[in-house]
Design a protein around this ligand. Structure first.
Ligand code: GLN
Length: 538
């Protein structure tokens, strides 16, 4: 018999309270006690996946090994748990409806009227239980996007109610994350918004089992008592979640508050094994006590919104801790970079990362930044578009192929050093049609990457349409830009580097998606190290 337990995390009062971090922190604690845990995110928007969303809308699009374009919260899940997620871990309303409508077209509903209840809710419940039914997990934590009371969230909330009714209170737990605002004028924390959001949940037939309260000030015993009484939860189920200086502190905060013990108690699971957080706390120690500092430029066009480059910023935190240095990232908007100001913009910085991206805006600034890093021997890491820009820069300024470009930016360029693969040429639909997910790559011996990874074959995650154009490979290699990573099945160039430079690497894939606390990404670790050494030699 399947004994998987289900935990749902809902949000109230306000968005952006950090449901993903609370879910990931609880999962970390349960994992550290020996439970097999996975986390799933249900997103109430109608896009089938976030792949077609502009980063300004919803932050970074995170990509899994199996090629799913997903919500950035899945990145937190992987970084905290060091366990891969998949397509099944992120479900949107668009995907639910798409699947129900396809079933209707196939005649699977046998003449019935297709309705939100039961057809949409059944589909939601199936998607939640899919992970539990694999037998791979003792506990599935499902985070429900949005805020309780939103029209879009209703079918999800109703599905939680049904599952709790079907599987019983011991097997389904609801954690409600809410905000306790502090009124400076009154000098008081206020519980009323939380009372209202718990009431809204009750109107949908759900009683919150545990309240996690985001707050800027500690909750007094009186406040905890009041919340317990008015929100109908036990006092030990009122958990304070005070603002943290780093998200990586949250598991320890939740441990102190006993979120894991009350969870296990309510699910009738043993809490006799204490959590083993040794590796986690070692990382935290190094993260909080850096011996040195290094300054790195992050060049992109979505820099106004921190969430656009979430995984890159987190990878720097992991790599910094590994090197015992504090990585200070200076975001630079590529649209405002030109030949005249690049030296000033990069002054005092010890490494340059050109970020992934799509479309023409800001690319000349990125190319200028690559040129400056290459000519001045500043360590360089180009990710996806950043790798493509490095190839274009080399073709233009070293090979002298003026107007070399990617056909994404200029379809009529005389020198398409970056071009669409043949398979991509006939594709017209935008959603889910890029080269996505994990692809193999063979590393050339005696290359920077050969040493960095210390292995012959790697697998990294991709998300792009355009590729290094093989026709220019010989020319570029003769001029000193080598292809050091090749896809064994297609022959596609996945990595370029400049051996004569101190540290210059461009990768067609996204290493940032695979960096975790337990396993910082080797490329980021090596890049931070190179940048630090550069700062020392200056
Ligand atoms: N726009 C480029 C492509 O589609 C790069 C994509 C990226 O940086 N992820 O190939």
């Amino acid at each position: 018999m399947n004994t998987t337990k289900y935990i749902f995390v809902t949000g109230g009062v306000s968005s952006s309270l950090g449901k993903g971090i609370i879910a990931a922190s609880l999962a970390k604690l349960l994992q550290a006690r020996g439970y097999r845990v996975t986390i799933q995110k249900l997103d109430p928007y109608i896009n089938v996946d976030p792949g077609t969303l502009n980063p300004y809308e919803h932050g970074e699009c995170y990509v899994t090994d199996d090629g799913a374009e997903t919500d950035l919260d899945l990145g937190h899940y992987e970084r905290f748990l060091n366990v891969s997620t998949s397509q099944a871990n992120n479900v949107t309303t668009g995907r639910i409806y798409q699947s129900v409508i396809e079933k209707e077209r196939r005649g699977e509903f046998l003449g019935k009227t297709v309705q939100v209840i039961p057809h949409i809710t059944n589909e939601i419940k199936e998607r939640v239980q899919l992970l539990g039914d694999t037998g791979d997990y003792d506990i599935v934590i499902t985070e429900i996007g949005g805020t309780v009371g939103d029209i879009e969230s209703l079918p999800y909330i109703e599905s939680v109610r049904q599952l709790k009714w079907e599987l019983g209170d011991e097997n389904v737990l609801v954690i409600h994350l809410t905000l306790i605002p502090y009124l400076t004028a009154a000098g008081e924390l206020k519980t009323k918004p939380t009372q209202h959001s718990v009431k809204t949940l009750m109107e949908s037939g759900i009683k919150a089992d545990i309240l996690v309260c985001r707050t800027e000030h500690h909750l007094s015993d009186d406040i905890r008592k009041k919340l317990a009484l008015f929100c109908n939860v036990q006092q030990e189920a009122v958990i304070e979640s005070i603002d943290a200086s780093t998200i990586y502190d949250v598991p320890n905060f939740m441990l102190e508050e006993g979120l894991d013990t009350i969870t296990l108690k309510k699910l009738k699971l043993s809490d006799s094994t204490p959590p083993d957080l040794e590796q986690w706390n070692n990382f935290l120690m190094r993260h909080k006590n850096p011996k040195n500092e290094v300054h790195i430029a992050l060049i992109g066009k979505y820099v106004e919104l921190q969430d656009s480059y979430k995984s890159i910023l987190e990878s720097f935190i992991h790599a910094g801790a590994e090197n015992e240095v504090k990585v200070k990232v200076t975001p630079i908007h590529s649209e405002y970079i030109n030949k005249n100001n690049i030296a000033e913009k990069l002054s005092g910085l010890h490494g340059v990362l050109v970020a992934p991206g799509f479309g023409e805006r800001g690319i000349e600034g990125k190319i200028e930044a690559v040129r400056y890093a290459r000519e001045n021997n500043i360590p360089y890491l180009g990710i996806c578009l950043g790798m493509q820009m490095a190839v274009i820069e080399y073709a233009r300024n070293v090979l002298g192929l003026q107007d070399a470009n990617s056909t994404e930016m200029n379809p009529d360029t005389p020198h398409p050093v970056i071009d669409l693969m043949d398979e991509q040429k006939s594709i017209t639909k935008k959603g889910g049609t890029m080269r996505l997910g994990a692809w193999k790559c063979d590393l050339i011996e005696n290359s920077i990457v050969g040493q960095v990874y210390n292995t012959k074959t790697i697998e990294e995650r991709h998300r792009h349409r355009y590729e290094f154009n093989e026709q220019y490979r010989d020319q570029l290699e003769e001029a000193g830009l080598t292809a050091s990573g090749i896809n064994p099945d297609t022959g596609l160039v996945e990595i370029i580097e400049i051996p004569s430079h101190s540290w210059f690497v461009g990768v067609q894939y996204h290493p940032e998606y695979k960096s975790t606390v337990a396993s910082p990404h080797p490329l980021f670790v090596a890049f931070v190290k190179a940048a630090y050494e550069h700062s020392e030699n200056k």
